[in-house]
Structure formats: C-alpha cells, structure tokens
Design a protein around this ligand. Structure first.
Ligand SMILES: NC(=O)N[C@H]1NC(=O)NC1=O
Ligand SMILES: [Zn+2]
Length: 451
C-alpha cells in the first residue's frame, strides 16, 4: 500500500546537510517525513521542482521589525512578508528599535502578541541587555528569548543604553548562568564621538566624515574588549555584523584559545564598498559602515574558509524622513535589507565568486538555529519543519520598488541586477510566498529553544 502525504516535492535538486541530491521530499502536516529518490505514494499537493534547487527556508537571526511603537518605520507583518519574499521562514527580532524596547517581561508579552497575530513566518526574540535591566534578564529568559543583545556603544535609540564595562561583566555572568548567548554590537563610543567631533570641527558631515568617525580601530578595539570579558566569564558570545577582515582574524585567534565566540556578518559588507555607499548616500548608511574595496575580498576569503558563522540581514529601516534631506552624518544608520540576503549571496557569492551553495546554506539557514539550540529548523531532514525556499539559480532580475514587500520600498540595491531568485517559500508545509506575492494569512509561531 502506498502512502498518502500532505505534500510531495518532486524532481528538485535538494540541499541536504550532506550536499545536493536529486531526491523527493514527503511532508505530512508540518514536518518532513521522508526523503529519497522517486518516492512512491501520492499527496494532497505535489510540487514539480524540476530545474529548481530546494533550499531550507532561511533563518535571519538579526532584524529590527520595530513593533510595538515604531510602526511607521517597519512592522512585523510587512517585515516578515519581505523575509518570505526572499526565501526566509524564521526571523529573530532585535530588542530595539521598538518603543519601548524589549527589556522586561511586560514588553515581551506585547511583542509576542503582535508577532503571533501578524507574522507570516516563524519568529523569536533577542532580549535586551542594558545597564538598566540586569535584574530583568532572568525573567526574559523565562519568557523564552533566544539570547540577549547589547551595544557597546550608543544604539541610535536613547532608551536602549550601551553597556559600560561593569554591566558588560555582570551581564555576561548572569547570561552565562542562564545558559544563553549574548550578541554584541561592537564599536568604541568614546573614539567614534571624538573622531566625529574632529570631522565636525573641520566642517565635514559627508559619508567620508562618517567613515572616518567609525574608523576600523573603533570596531577592532571593541571586539577585542568584548572577547576579553567573554573569556573571563565563559559566556557564549556572538559578535554582531563584523565588517572587517581583521575583526575575523581577532575572533579566529580567540577561538584558538578556546573562547566560545562566533561571528555574524551582513550582506551589505559583502556586496557594497565605501565608495558605492558614498555615491548612494544615506540609504546605504549603517553602523559599522561598509568598508573599503580592499577589505571586501578579505570578507569573502573568510566566508569561504568557514570563519564566518552567520550572514544575516540586520534589516534596520527607519521612517524615510530620517534618511532624506539630511547630511550623511545625521541620517538614520540602518539599511532595509531583509528580502535580499539569499539572492545577494547567490549573485555575489555563488555566481560571482564560486561560493558553494552548501556554504551559503550553512550561513543563512543552518548555523544560527544550531547555535541557539532551536529544534526543527535550518535543515532539510526527516523530523524537521517543512520549511523550504524553491530557488531558480539562473533567474535574473533588476530590483524595482514594486518587488519589495517590506514597508518602505527603499533599498541600496534598487536598480541593480541579481542572479538567483526565490520562486516559492514554504513554511511548515504550506506555501507562504509565490512569484513575489504573499499567499494566505499570517500563521507564524514562536520557535522554541531546547531546554
Ligand atoms: N539601532 C539599530 O537598528 N542599529 C542598527 N543599524 C545599523 O546600521 N547597525 C545597527 O546595529
Ligand atoms: Zn541590528
């Protein structure tokens, strides 16, 4: 007797953890139940994936969807639609730029309620660590945050204070005990402030002045210091959006010493250069800034060598008015990018630099849920959630405003060519995006960490 499944995906080239194979995938309800060549049986729905690559749904560990309180910047509904359009099935939302920020259990409940109602994809939350909430970390852990996020510098949001050395040390001690990771945005505030003041005194407020204020040493010094605290406390440290080859060298050296540190980068540092950002203007402003064209190949070399653990989007949009008609120095620092990570890596990595798809899969799907000990996500394997991105590796398109599903249709990549596109995204066995359009209503759920 043959089986009846709810979904069969046939004929695709499937990215399994062990590599690409021509196999069929059988789904029952929300889970993958069988994987093999030419599976027998029928299904309520069959997808012919001939000519396509079946990727796991991507897992974006770093987005700012800004709810509650800053819905004119971004919303969970629109942000998760953008994620799904780019092949994503799970995001982890940052504790800022919502208002209030996620610093205690009351705020957790508000975010959770909105996401449970509005998210097209599955989701989780980073709790905030600031000097003000050392006594609230335990309750946030009990709510189910995947870990904590801190800034070693000004965060851009006045109510989300950067950690001083005391709260870094004490926060790490507490977070270590809670068994969770800490992600830190690393820039040396004292230095960026003074270097910025030098630029202002010279009458400069353009992109190059901003790059000079956020010089490489400001990132390198802060990463080094956070590693020192992590080494002392034993906390699992994740360096957020490293932008420099040298930052990865420092992290590698710490790992050799046995420090539990992993590193994220973002598509912008792999795709853009400082010269391009200066030409594009505030739409391409982020912190740390996009670096030089000499640095960019170092990032790709580290990525190919397996030294980088995660490529996330750091989708951090703002009200467009904060980017328009203001100097580069004054403009909001953050780039809208949640839809473009995978297609960006296919274009600039797989096609342009022969980066293996297996590496791209680890960076965008597999490594983050593994680090966060999230069950059932990030891999195409029996027992895992039936989350997929169906990719046409050779489809080319030029990004237009209408293609964008997140709230504000702005992007530093507007008008640029991509090669490698997501045709369909499937979350727990059901299609949520096809041909650039959302299908169905929000049914995202909070992901769970292993106890
Ligand atoms: N607050 C906030 O979103 N900051 C983000 N923006 C950015 O460019 N880097 C960040 O960390
Ligand atoms: Zn961020």
């Amino acid at each position: 007797m043959s089986n009846t499944y709810s979904l069969l995906i046939r004929g695709g080239k499937v990215m399994l953890p062990e590599g690409m194979q021509q196999v069929d995938i059988a789904v029952e309800g929300e889970k993958i139940v069988e994987i093999g060549p030419s599976l027998s049986g029928s299904a309520d729905r069959e997808i012919d994936a001939t000519g396509k690559v079946v990727f796991p749904g991507t897992f974006d560990g770093h987005v700012h969807f800004d709810e509650p309180g800053r819905t004119e910047w971004e919303t969970i509904k629109d942000g998760s639609a953008g994620l799904a359009a780019g092949g994503g099935t799970t995001f982890i939302d940052m504790p800022l730029n919502s208002s209030p920020c996620l610093l205690d259990k009351e705020e957790f409940q508000k975010k959770y309620d909105i996401a449970s109602h509005d998210s097209y994809t599955d989701f989780g939350f980073w709790g905030g660590l600031t000097p003000d909430n050392l006594d609230r970390l335990e309750e946030l852990a009990a709510c189910g945050v995947v870990g904590f996020k801190a800034f070693s510098c000004y965060s851009g949001i006045p109510e989300f204070k950067g950690i001083d050395d005391y709260s870094a040390l004490k926060g790490m001690e507490i977070i270590k005990k809670l068994g969770l990771p800490l992600m830190v945005h690393c820039e040396n505030d004292a230095l960026t402030a003074k270097l910025g003041a030098e630029q202002a005194a010279a009458g400069r407020d353009d992109a190059w002045a901003y790059f000079a204020a956020h010089a490489p040493i400001t990132e390198i010094e802060s990463i080094t210091r956070m590693i020192t605290f992590a080494e002392e406390t034993g906390v699992k440290l994740i360096i957020a959006h490293a932008s420099l080859g040298k930052s990865i060298d420092i992290i590698n050296a710490a790992r050799v010493r046995g420090v539990d540190v992993s590193v994220e980068t973002i598509g912008q540092y792999l795709i853009l250069t400082d010269e391009e950002v200066a030409a594009l203007g505030p739409v391409a402003k982020c912190s740390p800034p996009v670096r030089s064209k000499e640095n960019q190949p170092l990032m790709w070399a580290h990525l190919l060598a397996g030294d980088i653990d995660y490529v996330d989007s750091d989708h951090s949009p703002s009200d467009p008015s904060l980017k328009e008609g203001v100097s580069f120095m004054k403009a909001w620092g953050g780039i809208a990018s949640v839809q473009h990570t995978l297609t960006g890596l296919l274009t600039h990595g797989y096609h342009a630099r022969k980066v293996p798809l297996a590496r791209i899969m680890k960076l965008t799907c597999e490594n983050m849920p593994k680090s966060l000990r999230i069950e059932g996500k990030g891999k195409i394997a029996v027992g895992y959630d039936a989350d997929f991105a169906l990719i046409d590796l050779n489809r080319e398109y030029i990004l237009k405003a209408d293609d964008i599903l997140y709230k504000h249709h702005v992007s530093p990549y507007m008008g640029t060519r991509f090669k490698g596109a997501v045709d369909e995204t499937i979350l727990r066995g059901q299609t949520i995006m096809r041909d650039g359009k959302i299908i169905g209503t929000p049914r995202g759920r909070m992901i769970m960490c292993k106890g």
